[in-house]
Design a protein. Structure first.
Length: 202
């Protein structure tokens, strides 16, 4: 999905937080859970098309089909794997990766929202929130936190303080302290590794 990534222009237009607008010749749409198009300021999966698009994955027909979506006119769009929304002026705002979204009790929870609340706390250096399997809710948010040097707050304290800033739907079920978060060679947090180490909650 190609956008014009010009932070200064976004600031000038009063669109702080936006990643930009679609480039000339490109098009973006936002899809709901039923793959129907959503309107402005409605959050869903981002799909896009440009004048030059790849044919898909080599020798992986099913994977290629999964990344395709066609509109009512039959035009081909590619699924980005990102969640976000377009405002009424066509500015794109990202919320999360679909694979990192948490489905708890039928509600979609964006891990990035919870991470922002945690990372704003003076006790926290950085955090990563993932979906933990839950017998009651299906999934529930669980946070991995790197706390600051000399911080005496417990895992329960961090969880409570964060939840005071969040809605009841977003409530973090628990916190695990880590000395550092696992990262790839390019510095990306390995959330799958964090998820795989969690057992289901009752």
């Amino acid at each position: 999905v190609a956008t014009t990534l010009v932070a200064r222009k976004a600031a000038e237009e009063g669109k702080l937080g936006s990643v930009g607008q679609v480039q000339p010749g490109g098009e973006l749409k936002i899809l709901g859970e039923d793959d129907q198009e959503l309107g402005p300021n409605e959050s869903g999966e981002i799909v896009g098309r440009t004048g030059i698009m790849s044919d898909g994955y080599l020798n992986r027909e099913e994977a290629t089909k999964a990344m395709h979506w066609r509109d009512s006119e039959g035009r081909l769009f590619y699924r980005s794997g990102d969640v976000g929304y377009l405002d009424e002026d066509g500015w794109l705002f990202l919320s999360d990766r679909i694979k990192d979204m948490i489905l708890s009790g039928g509600q979609n929870i964006y891990a990035t929202d919870l991470e922002q609340a945690l990372n704003a706390m003076p006790e926290v250096i950085e955090s990563a929130v993932v979906a933990r399997p839950s017998e009651r809710w299906g999934e529930t948010p669980w946070a991995f936190v790197v706390k600051g040097l000399g911080v005496t707050a417990s895992e329960a304290d961090i969880c409570r303080l964060a939840n005071e800033q969040l809605s009841a739907i977003q409530a973090i079920a628990g916190v695990t302290f880590m000395s550092e978060l696992p990262r790839s060679d390019i510095g990306k947090i390995l959330k799958r590794q964090l998820r795989d180490g969690l057992s289901p909650l009752a």
